[in-house]
Design a binder for this molecule. Structure first.
Ligand SMILES: [Zn+2]
Ligand SMILES: [Zn+2]
Length: 51
């Protein structure tokens, strides 16, 4: 295991990612790239965000 906690790099997202991924989804990649701050993540993964 690396020092990385294997969480998605997008603030507000609590999804786990595998070792070679930085984000759990394109949604998170785009949001982080555009510096979008979300109160709740909208990546669509179960267990993440409000829904
Ligand atoms: Zn998420
Ligand atoms: Zn994510």
């Amino acid at each position: 295991m690396a020092d990385d906690d294997n969480r998605c790099g997008h603030d507000g997202c609590s999804c786990a990612v595998t070792g070679d991924q930085e984000y759990c989804s394109d949604h998170c990649r785009n949001a982080a790239d555009q510096d979008i701050t979300e109160i709740s993540c909208d990546c669509g993964h179960s267990g993440c965000g409000i829904l």
